[in-house]
Design a protein around this ligand. Sequence first.
Ligand code: PDD
Length: 278
Amino acid sequence: MDEIYLNGKFVSRSSAQISIMDRGFLFGDGVYELIPVYNKKIFLLHKHLNRLKNSLSLIGMSDISGIEDIIKKFISRNSNDHFFIYLHVTRGEQSQRNHIYKEAMEPTILIMCEEYPSYNKDQIQKGFHACMHEDFRWLKSNIKSISLLGNVMLKNHASKHGYYETLLIRNNKLTEGSASNVFMVKDNIIHTPKLSNELLPGVTRDLLIDLLKDNNMIINESDISQDDLLSSDEVWCSSSTNAVVPITMVDENQIGSGKVGSTSLLIYDITRDFIKNY
Ligand code: PDD
C-alpha cells in the first residue's frame, strides 16, 4: 500500500516528508516495532505495544497515547489481508543538532506497511544455513532501537556469504541472531538464551515458549555456549517475519543429522496453526 501515516496525517509514501533536524535522522534516536497482520487481524498487538512502551521508557520517552487507535485506523484503510506494520517513533525534531535532547519533545510517528517473504513448508523442510560472528553491538540490545547499524552489518555479512542469518556470540555465549532470536534442541530439551540487556525480548520468542510449554515440552532459558550450539541436535531462528526458520548448518558445522529435526517441524506446524486460528 502506498499510503503511510506520518504525524497525524495519511499521505502517500512519495509525498511524505520529515525534517533533516529530526533526531531519528541525525542520531538514530528512536525505537520501532514490526507487527504482522494476518487475515486483516493484527497479530499479538498488545505484546508489541507493551514492548514499544518499554523501549520508549528505556530511552526516556513517554508512551504514545492513542497509538492503538491510530494503528487500527491505518489497517482499516488497507485492502490487503497479509502484511507487516512498521511503526517508527523518534524523539522528534530539534532546531539545532545537539546530543542533549529537550524534555517533552513532540515525537515523530511513522506507520507504513511492508511485505517480507514468508517461507513455505518445502523451504522450511529443506532448512537454512547460518554463520557465526562476534556480537559487536551495543549493550542495550533489549531496546528495539532504530539505530540498527550493527545488526545491518551482521545481517549483510550473512547474506553476502549466502547464509540466512548470523548467530551472535559474546563472551562465548549465544545472544541472538542479527534480526531474530535463537532456539536449540539437545536431547529433547529446548534451550534459548535467557533475557538480558544483550538480546531483544522477541514477541515470537515469547509465543514459542508458551506454545512449547502448552505442548508439554521442556524449555530451558539459560546461557548457551558456542560449543553447546554447535553440538546441538537442532537449531532454529524466530522472528515476526518468519516464526520458525530451521538451521541445519552453522558455518562448516552440520547441526545434528544435517536435516531439519522433528522438534523444529513440530513447532513450525503448531505456530502455523496458531496463526491460522488467531
Ligand atoms: N526483527 N532480535 C532482533 C535483533 C530482531 O531484529 C528481531 C526481529 C528479533 C525477533 O523479534 P520479534 O519476534 O519480536 O519479531 C530478535 C524484526 C523482524 C525487524 O527488525 O525487521
